[in-house]
Design a protein around this ligand. Structure first.
Ligand code: GLU
Length: 415
């Protein structure tokens, strides 16, 4: 079976929302397409002296609410349609959180695990060399995403600053603290997801201190979610996985242990005392909370019916297909949809932009408090819409987010 196309999924989700909101056909058409996209070929001198050309993209989906905002992914399977979908989801994400920002996304087709540090630096700088005239604090502000790091953001900021002839910290977020990063940006995606999970558990009367949790994906979002769910709520994580496989232990797996095993053996699958399981098995475990923190299209019509978790926290972008959404809604699985669940990352990125503009640094506590307020308000807004229209949480999030973008487009005279 061919893989679902994420952009077709994003458009289908928007179509559903257009029906619920009774959106004007022309306005709907405008929202179905990215406003601008850039396709670049980045030539890189490899360590062995040869030259390789990498394909890169930056899609600026919609900037009615403000400059585009969104991460850059380095992935061998990157496609323009994936980036388009992700940039659409960024548009709904920033809108849903009430941020004065639009949505964008970037990607480079590459396998960062096979590149040296020097090659990664030249690739990161090379990407900025190709797109710098079209990004910037007032136009489009990139950030980290799958397989991109604060170090890469620092190289990109430095390259942009050199090209523009000024220290331009606000051109990119997710930077290291010493060069204009924000306290709390590192674990912001996971932390925001935890605040949303707390609200969902309250709503469903689930006691998180007694809950069992499975975490799929052990990158920036998943690994922090593991430690935070134990630290903030005392929940028991019984299963973890990454791209190489998973581990299950009914007695619980600590974040320290899984982190150490991953650092030493490159996968959490080797966690001692745990049973090796596949990513597919992890998704179907009998747990209270499933944290989907890997990649898109992992919960499909083939496995949605077997999911036993009461709450799914989508820290990844696009983990659930529309057919799976229908099955989960029917089975009363409470899905905290991606552009709500993982919005903590871009929210703290926005705080980073504000601090860069003010040349000021907020404390961890200030950042956590502001993040908590925004995530709680966004979750409650979505829950209210889902009850009002009797629709699932994703459709509800769409109605809130799309309505705001449409209002801004109208006010600006675009439609
Ligand atoms: N890449 C993250 C996301 O998908 C963060 C984006 C940002 O901080 O701009 O939301």
């Amino acid at each position: 079976m061919s893989k679902p196309n994420p952009f077709e999924i994003a458009q289908k989700q928007l179509d559903d929302c257009a029906k619920i909101l009774n959106l004007d056909a022309g306005v709907h058409e405008v929202l179905k397409h990215p406003r601008r996209e850039f396709h670049v070929s980045i030539p890189i001198r490899m360590d062995d002296g040869s030259i390789r050309v990498f394909q890169g993209f930056r899609v600026q989906y919609n900037d009615a609410l403000g400059p585009c905002k969104g991460g850059i992914r380095y992935h061998p399977d990157e496609t323009i349609d994936t980036v388009r979908a992700l940039s659409a989801w960024m548009t709904w994400k920033t809108s849903l959180l009430g941020l004065p920002l639009g949505g964008g996304k970037g990607g480079i087709i590459c396998n960062p695990k096979e590149l040296s540090t020097g090659e990664l630096e030249r690739l990161s700088r090379g990407y900025i060399d190709m797109i710098w005239q079209n990004i910037g604090p007032e136009k489009d502000v990139p950030a980290p995403d799958v397989y991109t790091t604060p170090q890469m953001m620092a190289w990109m900021m430095d390259e942009y600053s050199k090209l523009t002839g000024s220290n331009n910290f606000g051109c990119i977020t997710g930077k290291p603290l010493c060069v204009g990063g924000s306290c709390g940006r590192g674990d912001a995606t996971a932390r925001g997801g935890m605040y949303a999970l707390r609200e969902a558990a309250n709503e469903l009367n689930i006691d998180l201190s007694k809950a069992t949790v499975a975490v799929q994906g052990y990158g920036n979002a998943g690994s922090y979610a593991h430690s935070l769910v134990s630290e903030l709520f005392g929940s028991k994580v019984v299963a973890v996985s990454d791209s190489k496989g998973g581990a299950y232990n009914r007695a619980g797996i600590s974040a320290e242990e899984a982190g150490r095993v991953k650092a030493e053996t490159s996968t959490v699958a080797n966690t001692p005392g745990a049973k090796k399981i596949s990513n597919e098995q992890l998704l179907e475990l009998d747990v209270d909370i499933l944290i989907a923190a890997a990649l898109e299209n992992v919960i499909t019509r083939d496995n949605a019916g077997n999911i036993k978790a009461k709450i799914i926290v989508e820290l990844a972008n696009g983990p659930t297909t529309p057919e799976a959404d229908e099955i989960l809604f029917r089975n009363k699985v409470h899905v905290i949809p991606d552009f709500l669940a993982n919005a903590g990352g871009v929210t703290v990125s926005y705080f980073e932009m504000v601090q860069n503009t003010m040349r000021y640094c907020w404390s961890f506590d200030e950042v956590y408090q502001k993040l908590n307020e925004r995530m709680t308000a966004a979750y409650q807004g979505v829950l209210a819409a889902s009850k009002k229209y009797d629709i699932n949480m994703r459709q509800a999030a769409y109605t809130v987010a799309v309505a705001r973008v449409v209002e801004a487009m109208k006010m600006r005279g675009w439609v």
